[in-house]
Write a protein that binds this ligand. Structure first.
Ligand code: NDP
Length: 426
């Protein structure tokens, strides 16, 4: 009813952009609170949640800028004059988020859907419900019509009831493969557009001529960023056999200095895993991988004398590659030696995911190899939580997702085209 009333969808794009800027302004004053809420609920350290929540107002401003660029209305030359291509909002849409980076992920979906002119229903993860409430407060305080954003708390069954509802016209989902498949199946009934950002088992390649210190630094960052609970975290380290021993030695030294601690302590490099069940899953998966004969665990990080679901960042060596292809979504990765670049690429491309990859080595050669890896994005000689370019699409291959995300991409996802113009004789 809210959508049909047109209080938001019927607004001129410029006015919607103004409103999004006001939301950004409100959020700028509250990024500290958002960071603390996310650190308390997800276990991600305050240093990381502060970095990510600082992006939240920026996300709203980017959506506003995209809206002002004329994205929603374009003119094409037709045989009988200009033909108008309008990108109009699909209708009321559902946004479903995970627990690892709750505010940033929902903010991106929310800003894009609002820019498109959609009314939204948000279901955050039940494990991290608080920060989304603050986001919705900011939207309402900025003066958007009260029926534009609805926040519904609940578990996966609640999420399923929303995405299955024929009144919902599109779904943007970030989460795991099981949930993603269930959402896709529910959307199939009404042929509802669905955007899925799922998991990964991301390879990090170390070539013989790599800067081993930089590679080791990246491996530690890949294991500890967001406590290893990050869709672009490293899953497999694929390393030239000739440099494997010195590289592991460097990683061991660096892991020994990682400070595992309270998520609200700015001195902590890494916090506890999100909840007891997730810790149990990671421990179980690790034990199962370590059943392989001659497999070993490299995990010299000290565990703090605190209550919490702590798991040290860990590299597992000697695990057969074919047993290491599932996503763990925790601070654990496996190590696999290679003897030729062909073998390295074949290992990197094994498995059904295709989200992110990293290559360390001579820049030119690494860039050439990067193009051969089936992944949405490949970083050469670096590993960062931030995208290579803020305007580039965030793509996914295979079981890692469906449909690119990005400032323009997600905004477009929430719209459908209407082509209008004067016709003539056949
Ligand atoms: P889940 O798939 O368990 O949950 C994601 C969200 O979907 C939650 O809000 C959950 O509800 C809900 N949900 C679960 N089942 C259904 C269903 N059938 N219909 C509708 N909604 C449902 O993922 P996690 O929260 O455990 O997040 C971790 C996963 O997210 C990892 O696999 C990770 O790789 C992926 N991820 C991907 C990112 C990317 O950009 N590609 C970014 C971040 C995470 P509830 O949990 O409340 O029950």
């Amino acid at each position: 009813a809210g959508f049909q009333g047109g209080s938001w969808s019927g607004l001129d794009a410029e006015l919607r952009a103004d409103a999004l800027d006001k939301v950004a302004q409100r959020l700028e004053a509250r990024v500290g609170e958002l960071a603390e809420l996310d650190a308390r609920t997800s276990g991600v350290t305050i240093t990381w949640t502060a970095l990510m929540t600082r992006l939240v107002p920026v996300i709203f401003r980017q959506a506003s800028k995209a809206l002002r660029s004329g994205l929603l209305r374009q003119l094409h030359p037709g045989r009988y004059g200009a033909v108008e291509v309008r990108a109009v909002p699909l209708g009321p849409v559902a946004l479903i988020g995970p627990w690892n980076a709750p505010t940033t992920i929902i903010a991106h979906k929310l800003a894009s859907a609002l820019a498109a002119g959609c009314n939204v229903i948000i279901k955050p993860s039940e494990h991290v419900p608080h920060s989304t409430g603050l986001l919705v407060d900011a939207v309402l305080e900025a003066g958007l019509p009260t029926d534009v954003v609805q926040l519904l708390h609940g578990d996966g069954a609640v999420g399923n009831s929303i995405v299955s509802d024929p009144r919902i016209k599109a779904v943007s989902f970030t989460g795991g493969l099981t949930g993603g498949r269930a959402v896709a199946a529910a959307c199939a009934q009404d042929l509802k557009p669905v955007q899925l950002e799922l998991g990964g088992n991301n390879p990090l390649l170390v070539l013989a001529d790599a800067d081993l210190d930089a590679a080791a630094e990246a491996i530690v960052a890949g294991l500890t960023t967001l406590n290893g609970q990050w869709c672009r975290a490293i899953g497999r380290v694929i390393v030239d056999r000739s440099v494997m021993a010195p590289m592991l030695e460097l990683v061991k030294t660096k892991l020994g200095t990682v400070r595992l601690g309270h998520s609200l302590d700015p001195q902590s490099d890494m916090g506890p895993l999100v909840h007891r069940q997730h810790l149990a899953q990671i421990q179980q998966a690790q034990q199962s991988l370590l059943k392989a004969p001659s497999s070993t665990a490299l995990n010299p990080t000290a565990t703090p004398a605190l209550q919490g679901h702590f798991h040290p960042p860990t590299l597992l060596c000697g695990v057969p590659h074919e047993q290491a292809l599932e996503e763990l979504f925790g601070p654990v990765a496996t190590v696999h030696p290679f003897t030729s670049e062909t073998e390295a690429i074949s290992l990197a491309n094994a498995g059904r995911y295709g989200l992110a990859a990293y290559v360390f080595g001579d820049e030119q050669r690494a860039l050439e190899l990067a193009g051969q890896i089936r992944a949405g994005s490949t970083q050469v000689n670096g590993l960062s939580l931030l995208s290579l370019a803020p305007t580039a699409p965030r793509a996914a291959w295979g079981l890692s997702g469906l449909g690119d995300e990005g400032t323009l991409e997600t905004l477009r996802f929430f719209t459908g085209h209407r082509v209008i113009g004067v016709g003539g004789q056949p």
